[in-house]
Design a protein around this ligand. Structure first.
Ligand SMILES: Nc1nc2c(ncn2[C@@H]2O[C@H](COP(=O)(O)OP(=O)(O)OP(=O)(O)O)[C@@H](O)[C@H]2O)c(=O)[nH]1
Ligand SMILES: [Mg+2]
Length: 325
């Protein structure tokens, strides 16, 4: 595809900035399916206004149910809301995991809500990056809030949560849940912790455990980590949760951390993008498949060694880049 086909047309840009749902969907699809960054470059100047909230936690914790009720609360205050649900469908579980998964269909019909599901099935890496790009499109489209739901079990999810201003970690009072969350590094990224399914046994005990674990962190970070109880299905504790999100936002503003953290995240993103570009370049241009095959044959026969080869190729790339300047 030629550049001019990919770049966003002026007319579409105007519609996107006004929040036209059809154009938002098309634009996300375009950035999802293409490695060309022309569209993102065009919309970037219009971003930076939306407040990003990450909702993460183990499978089935009630993340979608909570996103639903949080979104409804925010809608009452006339906000525009973009939601991205990172679909946990994996080639291994084949979606069996999703038995009673809550789908946000009624919410999607609301005028001021746009919902997008990002499928992880079959995508070999790059999901976190594409999710960030989709969030950028929503930001440009004039959303006040961008809510990103991810399953907090692996690095990709932690990576996505890092683009959020406020990260809410959802736990449930089921055995081993809090320990799992700690192992996965979830509590490290939490700004607010929610123990959902407060109607189930063991909820108060988990809250006690978490309060104990967070005592130290409270003192270090200068932010009092709220540990809240909700029953998402009964709309209980949601007012408190939304007000905790507001408080965290106010804290970030007041302390100057919002700007500092966003700058830190932009730096990380630039590093990521450089790596992505170099990796793509390597794949396409530098290492020719048939040349590599011949080399590998020699390495297999111990006539060459992988260290020398890597070193020479890397030197070659650096040289060619310097020449180009
Ligand atoms: N008892 C009880 N059930 C709840 C509560 N919140 C959610 N559920 C139920 O838990 C199940 C899973 O809820 P979801 O909102 O789909 O959970 P999720 O974390 O988004 O799930 P995945 O996206 O598949 O990881 C559904 O059947 C919900 O109705 C709660 O507070 N109490
Ligand atoms: Mg869900």
């Amino acid at each position: 595809m030629k550049n001019e086909d990919i770049s966003i047309k002026m007319n579409s840009l105007k519609k996107l900035l006004k929040g036209d749902k059809r154009i938002i969907a098309q634009t996300i699809s375009a950035v999802e399916n293409d490695t060309n960054t022309k569209i993102l470059e065009t919309i970037f100047p219009y971003t930076g206004k939306a407040y990003h909230i990450g909702i993460t936690g183990p499978p089935g914790a009630g993340k979608s149910t909570l996103v639903n009720v949080i979104a409804k609360k925010l809608l009452e205050k006339n906000n525009k809301i973009g939601i991205i649900a990172v679909d946990p469908t994996s080639p291994f579980s084949g979606g069996a995991l999703l038995g009673d998964r809550v789908r946000m269909t009624d919410l999607a019909l609301q005028k001021n809500v746009f919902i997008r599901s990002m499928a992880s099935r079959g995508s070999l890496g790059g999901l976190a990056s594409k999710t960030k790009d989709a969030a950028l499109v929503l930001d440009a489209s004039g959303m006040d809030y961008v809510l990103i739901e991810t399953i907090g079990v692996g690095q990709v999810e932690l990576d996505i949560a890092q683009v959020c201003d406020t990260t809410v970690v959802i736990l449930v009072p089921e055995s081993g849940d809090s320990i799992q969350a700690m192992k996965a590094g979830l509590l490290e990224i939490a700004d607010i912790i929610v123990v959902n399914k407060g109607d189930r046994e063991g909820c108060d005990r988990l809250i006690m455990e978490l309060k104990f674990a967070f005592e130290l962190r409270d003192k270090q970070a200068g932010w009092h980590f709220p540990i809240l109880k909700t029953i998402a299905t009964e709309n209980k504790g949601i007012e408190e949760l939304v007000s905790a999100i507001d408080s965290h936002r106010a804290y970030l503003h007041k302390s100057g951390k919002l700007e500092d953290e966003r700058k830190g995240k932009l730096m990380l993103r630039i590093h990521e993008l450089i790596e992505e570009k170099i990796r793509a370049h390597l794949k396409e241009k530098i290492i020719k498949e048939d040349e590599l095959k011949i080399m590998i044959d020699k390495v297999y026969k111990r006539k060459l060694n992988p260290y020398r080869i890597a070193s020479n190729i890397a030197k070659g790339i650096i040289k060619s880049q310097t020449r180009r300047k």
